[in-house]
Write a protein of this length. Structure first.
Length: 96
């Protein structure tokens, strides 16, 4: 089951600092998820000044519960309070 996960960073003055503090761990975990087939695509959301303000991740998990229990609750952008608002939507990636 495919999902779009959109995480918007906090807007306080320490938001970018929190992101950068855990970014390497986030990227290493994303690589592991990609290698296992759970992460299909990922990207940072940028503002007009090209500052990172969020993330979009296209994932494949057996269920939303599995996504939440086996990834999202342990995601360092969640536990590190980088993402202030998170939305999860069922999706279907077009096969070309």
């Amino acid at each position: 089951m495919e999902f779009v996960v959109i995480g918007y960073d906090g807007t306080d003055e320490k938001a970018l600092e929190r992101r950068m503090a855990v970014r390497e761990k986030h990227l290493k975990n994303a690589q592991k998820m990609h290698d296992s087939g759970n992460l299909l695509y990922a990207m940072a959301i940028l503002d007009d000044n090209e500052k990172m303000i969020g993330s979009v991740m296209i994932c494949d998990f057996p269920s939303r519960k599995d996504l939440e229990d086996n990834w999202l609750k342990n995601e360092v952008y969640v536990t590190g309070k980088v993402w202030e608002k998170i939305s999860v939507h069922r999706a279907k990636v077009a096969k070309h």
